[in-house]
Design a binder for this molecule. Structure first.
Ligand code: AMP
Ligand code: MG
Length: 412
């Protein structure tokens, strides 16, 4: 099978993975990191009454400049029964309802108030320092759309319109499998030929951060047929929305995962135009999509970020938040490249724009440099080498640098 492009691989995965249908109602505090299952309409306007945006005096704009009589005072949370008559001013504190009759608020720093006299020395426009009813949203406005991942801002928006419960999609259930005879769990002593299972923790952490419920199988060895029998057992005993595996998808004799997916599952693709991480397969078994990543941690991370994170957003009816950027390499990249290469880079800006510093370890088996990287610079396939001042595409995406994984409603 030939290499397919990243976007073709994503199409295949999106086609194979059905977005979650089940909806749950959860309390606001339990909704963090979940995905809104319905468009949310504001049941009331915000603000729902005209309110003072500053501490000062409410009055008739037509009375200013002038000398006014203090007619009362009102603070946030209070209701004033008396009107603000022409020729009078009401002392008002931020957040208080605008008294009937008043049409503007002048900041207290602008007036001279002595006893019950208020001198306003300047002209005042009507509406000044008033947060108008519905200025943030009107009753009935759609304020958040289905497919929006819920973060602190969204939770606060629910609170602003008085919702204490929200409909969210059931969290995706993901089966995680790491394979390799050489793998050992941290906490156990390491024999000479073994390594610790890094991807189990890398991928489980990413999946949890993306709001998925993860079930990890014990490490599966490379013995022929073992991966498929364990996978079939797991899928028969519990429903999963997605399987993610690591290891066993290159061309070695013991690469049993790709062998099993080819013979005992519906293989959607194997090998994608992406380096590192090209040995990645998509498949389907018992109607469950499978994303099988290479075992090299740097490669697994790259293909997880490029293919896995959009897939998680898709399962949640959303579109992954990503930033497409353009920048220049700080040093020439003097190697020809066969596949599209995702260089992990650290970005900074100089007088000519964004710079991609790629002086980080780039090998497929190195993971730690992702801790420093904040973007990918993308070297087009079949490039002979890239001099320093050529502008390249890049990608900032959840999982790199401080950017978490999040998604928003799909563009309509
Ligand atoms: P594989 O994809 O199974 O051919 O593995 C490629 C390389 O990644 C080998 O050097 C493996 O030892 C290593 N590797 C595989 N799985 C893991 C894992 N879970 N954690 C760390 N390294 C791994
Ligand atoms: Mg292996």
């Amino acid at each position: 099978m030939d290499h397919i492009t990243v976007s073709q691989a994503l199409d295949q995965l999106f086609h194979a993975a059905t977005p979650i249908a089940e909806v749950e109602i959860v309390t606001l505090s339990a909704s963090l990191g979940r995905t809104l299952a319905e468009d949310l309409r504001a049941p009331l306007a915000v603000p729902h009454f005209d309110r003072a945006a500053m501490d000062g005096y409410a009055l008739h704009a037509a009375d200013a400049p002038g000398d006014l009589i203090l007619g009362g005072s009102i603070a946030a949370g209070q209701i004033l029964k008396t009107r603000c008559d022409p020729g009078s001013a009401i002392r008002i504190l931020t957040g208080a309802p605008i008294p009937l009759g008043a049409d503007t608020v002048v900041e207290q720093e602008q007036v001279h108030a002595v006893g019950n006299r208020v001198h306003v020395p300047l002209r005042i426009r009507a509406g000044r320092n008033i947060s108008q009813t519905g200025s943030e949203f009107a009753a009935g406005d759609i304020i958040l759309r289905q497919g929006q991942r819920i973060g602190p801002t969204e939770i606060a928006m629910f609170a602003a319109v008085g919702c204490e419960e929200v409909p969210v999609f059931r969290a995706p259930r993901v089966l995680l499998i790491t394979t390799g005879d050489e793998l050992t769990l941290p906490g156990s002593p390491l024999s000479q030929s073994h390594i610790y299972d890094v991807n189990r923790f890398l991928l489980a952490s990413w999946l949890s951060a993306a709001g998925a419920r993860v079930t990890s199988l014990p490490i599966i060895g490379d013995q022929t047929g073992l991966f498929m029998s364990e996978l079939q057992n797991a899928l028969s005993s519990e429903a999963f929305d997605l399987v993610i595996s690591s290891g066993g998808v290159s061309v070695g004799d013991r690469d049993d995962v790709i062998h099993s997916l080819t013979h005992d599952a519906e293989l959607l693709f194997w090998r994608v135009d992406m380096h590192p991480g090209k040995s990645v397969a998509g498949a389907r078994l018992q109607n469950t999509p499978i994303l099988a990543l290479s075992g090299n941690p740097g490669a697994a991370m790259t293909s997880w970020v490029i293919l896995g994170t959009p897939l998680i957003a898709h399962l949640n009816h959303g579109a992954l938040y990503q930033e497409h950027i353009r920048g220049r390499l700080h040093l020439e990249f003097n190697k020809p490249t066969r596949e599209t290469r995702y260089l992990r880079v650290r970005t900074h800006t100089d007088a000519d724009g964004l710079v991609f510093d790629w002086g980080l370890p780039q090998q497929s088996d190195v993971l730690g440099s992702f801790s420093t990287a904040d973007a990918f610079a993308i070297i087009p396939r079949k490039s002979p080498g890239i001099p320093t001042n050529i502008v390249l595409d890049g990608l900032r995406t959840g999982g790199l640098g401080p950017m978490g994984i999040t998604w928003s409603a799909k563009p309509s």
